[in-house]
Design a protein around this ligand. Sequence first.
Ligand code: SF4
Ligand code: SF4
Length: 121
Amino acid sequence: MTAVAAATRPAPSEPQAAEGPGPEVKEVKIEDKLYLNRWLADEESHLIVMDQGICLTRCGESHSYACTIFCPASVYKFEGNMISVMYEGCLECGACRLGCPYRNIEWHFPRGGYGVTYKFG
Ligand code: SF4
Ligand code: SF4
């Protein structure tokens, strides 16, 4: 049964060679995309590093201060022997809820009306 069905199936067509160079693909930098977004920063941070001691004594050595690496907006920086949080530029992607290996970041959305507004284009 299977062999008959296979025999009656039309042969796949040959792949067609592309004609010409095709559409031009423009290179876009992440910085240019981020520039399109707009933020309205609240006075209070919606991101809190709960225990800086954990960052210093455990995360630095074992995970190279992971939040300073995985955050796409570079919100977290290791400065002056502590993690600083520039919450104003947060993209609200939620990665730091999961990415902190010690669950040391308290995360919630900014209050209504505050935070990032995405513009695509
Ligand atoms: S990933 Fe978590 S534990 Fe590590 S430096 Fe950042 S806040 Fe601290
Ligand atoms: S939610 Fe995303 S953009 Fe905001 S601080 Fe966390 S990782 Fe960075």
